[in-house]
Design a protein around this ligand. Structure first.
Ligand code: FES
Ligand SMILES: [Fe+2]
Length: 391
């Protein structure tokens, strides 16, 4: 897992005006809430007083969760603004200036595509990798299904790699209709991988034989059998997208923007767009089909071992159809060399015992001192990663 990228925190529709929500990403908790302007804010969840959870429960005691745009700690009522500064400490008197150390990390936030994103890292604005571009989003020729959240019991890198894998469709997805049945002719066509996606990922197109598409109720969706192209790409470590073009007016786009929760849990924010059947009434049936396809992947990926992708490709036997997976791992190695990978073994050894609360470093740490929580341990580069054994 890496710091210094944009991560999805919560769907916009799940973040109301008057209660904070918890999101877990990169192994640590965050509190997400709306300030007095309705803008989404993301803070480290651990209260620096005595470890309360800022997203913890309070509604049973009938107190407001958010006061004057501040999230209120449910333990002793400290109030933190969207910038992470503590504004009030009730025990020393409301309006009394809190000590300088009474602050938590605050993360840059963007709300787009129906999702609240946070930049989980300390890079200054001009050095940050951009948010993934969903270029069909504002185009009236495309219709987006409402964002779907999928909680899956496996590591996010295994999930991204699955989306880059043209050899699994025929075996995992009977819904797609072409099952590699002809042993004499079946093989995965060769393809080329290029750099893409605003300079932060890869892109490839793959040609395959489609049996055609004929749906009993989806009018206008017939596509003849023949060769079709599907393309996939990545953006940063945690997002991938797919383009399926069955005909000029028969195209799907899928964006899988992933929240790595832990080594065996991931929350996937799935955006699906189409350039046909634009009426809302088709959202439901398309959603149902997408869910069925996702379930097929989840069943297989739940059993992968080891949980995390191996640090060396020699620990698996890779073939030309795995080219895009190798290219993705090469991108991860570049992120390693920037020093952005969390040292997961050390993180787990110290955090897993419950003895230390870590924070992801925020940009504020570059301009001020006096921070209470220790930041997550990082690996310096790919050599450090391989010494640490594939964290
Ligand atoms: S632990 Fe948060 S106010 Fe005391
Ligand atoms: Fe799949």
């Amino acid at each position: 897992m890496y710091i210094n990228f944009w991560y999805p925190m919560i769907r916009s529709e799940d973040l109301g005006p008057d209660r904070p929500e918890r999101a877990t990403c990169l192994g640590v908790d965050f509190v997400v809430f709306r300030d007095e302007d309705g803008s989404a804010r993301v803070l480290s969840d651990t209260c620096v007083h005595r470890g309360g959870s800022l997203s913890g429960p309070w509604e049973l005691r009938g107190r407001p969760r958010i006061i004057d745009g501040c999230v209120v700690c449910p333990y002793h009522g400290w109030e933190f603004g969207g910038d992470g500064e503590c504004r009030n400490i009730p025990s020393i008197g409301y309006g009394t200036r809190p000590p300088a150390r009474a602050k938590v990390d605050s993360y840059p936030t963007l709300e787009k595509y129906g999702i609240v994103f946070a930049f989980l890292g300390d890079l200054p604005e001009q050095e940050r990798p951009p948010l993934i571009d969903v270029k069909e989003w504002d185009d009236p020729r495309w219709r987006a299904n409402p964002v779907v959240v999928l909680d899956v019991p496996y590591y996010y890198e295994r999930s991204i790699e699955n989306g880059l894998d043209p050899a699994h469709n025929e075996f995992v997805h009977p819904t797609h209709g072409h099952m590699a049945i002809n042993r004499a002719t079946y093989r995965v066509n060769d393809y080329e991988v290029a750099d893409f996606s605003q300079g932060w990922g890869l892109w490839f197109q793959h040609r395959f034989a489609s049996p055609g598409l004929k749906h009993p109720t989806w009018k206008g969706t017939d596509a003849p059998p023949g060769d079709v192209y599907a393309g996939s790409g990545t953006h940063g470590p945690n997002a991938m997208f797919t383009e399926i073009n069955l005909g000029p007016n028969l195209c799907f786009r899928g964006y899988f923007i992933e929240q790595p929760v832990s080594e065996n849990r991931t929350r996937i924010f799935f955006l699906n767009l189409r350039n046909f059947m634009l009426e809302a009434e088709h959202d439901g049936p398309i959603h149902a089909r997408n869910k069925a396809v996702a379930r097929q992947d989840i069943e297989i990926l739940t059993d992968l071992y080891p949980l995390r992708t191996p640090v060396s490709n020699t620990k698996e036997v890779l073939t030309p159809s795995d080219k895009a997976v190798v290219a993705y791992r090469d991108w991860l190695a570049r992120f390693d060399d920037r020093g952005w990978r969390i040292d997961w073994n050390e993180f787990r050894a110290r955090n897993g015992t419950g003895e230390i609360a870590f924070a992801i470093p925020s940009p504020g740490r570059r301009s001020s001192g006096n921070w209470v929580l220790e930041t997550v341990p990082l690996l310096g580069n790919r050599q450090a990663r391989s010494r640490a054994g594939g964290t």
